[in-house]
Design a protein around this ligand. Structure first.
Ligand code: PEP
Ligand code: MG
Length: 581
């Protein structure tokens, strides 16, 4: 049994079989094995070699048919290495003599073979060292049982274990086959973590080296509430966690009575509790949890994982369906936020050193006005089917907002000329997710109908902390005084202009901050569906005057440590059961 600690990304407990999905650049480690394990390990290795031979033979046949005998010869050379009896004998000997795992024994033997190739005079033979490592990697995959396939092709329930999950991998997790996941990289606001919360799948991220700590089909426990992963648990631990799993479900069940109650404080101050979605499939979860609208619809998911761009018609139908499904609740449709860590093949993106500081979101749309206009037209056309609101991501200055608005105006004019109806009063907002936008919020406020604070990015850009880098995840602090000041400034600026303001960053769904944000005057909280009942419970147990006094007290503090102490102490005392679960 091995217990590991990562970053808690999505709450809940799940026990299941590990499925090694993507091992990134796998590093082999020397793992010692018990004497009783030796022959099993040797057998395991021999099986992996046989499997690799079959794979290579198949590839050879295929290549021979499609590209001719000469090219296929490369694979004959691979087969020769595999059929060399010394390879199997040497690896088996190493496992037996040194009592080490098969992958480590293989790596050592292959290294020796490659070294002797590299030392040869003949250039052709020298280059065969590359083939040796290529074969090594194939055998290694078969030893640890990694299979690279698409998430949508999974046929049974698994816990995905991956180096990284791309947005398109996570976009296919709706069908229930992925019951939990662990990744080596990423932070709490990486897209994979956000998607896990949206789908209510327990997840732990930033767990370095997890892919080589286990093998396919190992039993693992994920405690997504506390960031714990246990590999091959003993019986006692299994029992303990299945008991905890029941407790967690009972806790969630115990909150369902809140579903139809309003999100209002004890003294009657009403806020809006909305949900964030990435794909229309998430709507059912969101409705079940009692969301009063969609505060962030991440439309870029429509553009991922495909060769072509979604047409105006396709987008129109998608937005219309979401609006109709949620009617009469509001739906904030965010125009595409591609770039950063969300890449799509149909728009040519430059290779950037710092994609999060590059051609992302509104910048990309303004660079490609034709693509932008297709989306604007689709949103406008759909707007008559419900309460649509539209917002632009990553605005950093007035000129950018004005440019975006003039694209919108052009789209409206076109629709008018074509006699196509749209909601003429559709509300327009901007996301406040850069320090520059927060600092000029007073100016931006007069240009729009609402703001939505995107704390995931606001924190990363304010504190210079890459939101998906697990190395600096401990420095990613929503409670940093600079972040809180920017949030307060933005809320005050919106209210001064008589505009409403929401928050759709992950901070809005974290119980630790609910009372503080209420006290700072937030009007709308938008979060993953799974957080709604917890946040509602806190709001309904709080008085607005008490929240304001608390926010005042917090804003007086000087350092993030002091703020953390006050926040944590007060919230744990009052809502420990919600924060802990
Ligand atoms: C944010 O930045 O807080 C946000 C909600 O947008 P995204 O996570 O999609 O960047
Ligand atoms: Mg953002």
């Amino acid at each position: 049994m091995i217990t590991l600690n990562g970053i808690h990304a999505s709450p809940g407990i799940v026990i299941g079989k590990a499925f090694l999905f993507d091992i990134g650049s796998y590093r082999v480690e020397k793992k010692e094995i018990a004497s009783i394990q030796i022959e099993i390990e040797v057998y395991h290795f021999k099986e992996a070699v046989l499997k690799t031979k079959e794979e290579i033979k198949k590839i050879e046949e295929k290549v021979q048919k499609s590209m001719g005998v000469d090219i296929a010869k490369i694979f004959s050379a691979h087969l020769m290495v595999l059929e060399d009896p010394l390879l199997v004998l040497d690896v088996a000997q190493k496992i037996r003599e040194e009592k080490v795992c098969a992958e480590y024994a293989l790596e050592c033997v292959l290294q020796n073979i490659a070294n002797s190739f590299s030392a040869m005079d003949d250039e052709y033979l020298r280059e065969r060292a590359v083939d040796v490592f290529d074969i090594g990697r194939r055998i290694l995959h078969n030893i640890i049982g990694v299979v690279r396939m698409n998430v949508e092709d999974l046929t049974e329930e698994v816990i995905l274990v991956a180096h990284e999950l791309s947005p398109s991998d996570t976009a296919h997790m709706h069908d229930g086959k992925v019951i939990g996941f662990v990744t080596e990289i990423g932070g709490k606001t990486s897209h994979a973590a956000i998607m896990a919360r949206a789908l209510e799948i327990p997840a732990v991220v930033g767990l370095k080296d997890i892919t080589f700590r286990l093998r396919n089909n190992d039993t693992i426990i994920i405690d997504g509430s506390h960031g714990v992963v246990i590999i091959n648990p003993d019986k006692e631990t299994l029992n303990e966690y299945s008991h905890r799993q029941d407790e967690y479900c009972a806790f969630k069940e115990g909150l369902t009575w809140l579903r139809d109650l309003p999100a209002q404080t004890e003294d009657g101050f009403r806020v809006l509790l909305s949900a964030n979605i990435g794909k229309s499939e998430e709507i059912e979860v969101v409705k079940r949890e009692g969301a009063e609208g969609i505060g962030l619809y991440r439309t870029e998911y429509l553009y991922l994982d495909r060769e072509d761009l979604p047409s105006e018609e396709e987008q129109f139908n998608e937005y219309k369906a979401v609006l109709l499904n949620l009617y009469p609740c509001p739906v904030v449709i965010r125009t595409i936020d591609l770039g950063g860590d969300k890449f799509c093949t149909s728009i040519e993106l430059p290779l950037e050193v710092n994609p999060f500081l590059g051609l992302r979101a509104i910048r990309l749309c303004l660079r490609h006005p034709d693509i932008f206009k297709v989306q604007l037209r689709a949103i406008l056309r759909a707007s008559i089917y419900g309460k649509a609101q539209m917002m632009f991501p990553l605005i950093t200055e007035i000129a950018e907002l004005q440019q975006a608005k003039s694209c919108l105006l052009a789209a409206k004019r076109e629709l008018d000329e074509e006699n196509i109806p749209f909601d003429r009063h559709i509300q327009i907002g901007v996301m406040i997710e850069t320090p520059s936008a927060a600092l000029i919020a007073d100016r931006l406020a007069s240009e729009v109908d609402f703001f939505s604070i995107g704390t995931n990015d606001l924190i990363q850009y304010t504190l210079a902390i890459d939101r998906i880098n697990e190395e600096v995840a401990h420095l990613y602090k929503p409670f940093h005084p600079a972040v809180l000041r920017l949030i307060k400034m933005t809320i005050d600026a919106a209210h001064k202009e008589g505009k409403w303001i929401g928050m759709c960053g992950e901070m809005a769904g974290e119980p630790l901050y609910t009372v503080l944000l209420l006290g700072l005057g937030l009007d709308e909280f938008s979060m993953s569906g799974s957080s709604i009942s917890k946040i509602k419970k806190i709001i309904r147990a709080t008085r607005l005057d008490e929240a304001k006094a608390f926010a005042n007290e917090i804003m007086q503090e000087t350092s993030s440590n002091e703020i953390w102490d006050v926040l944590n102490k007060t919230m744990m005392e009052r809502f420990g059961n919600i924060l802990e679960i």
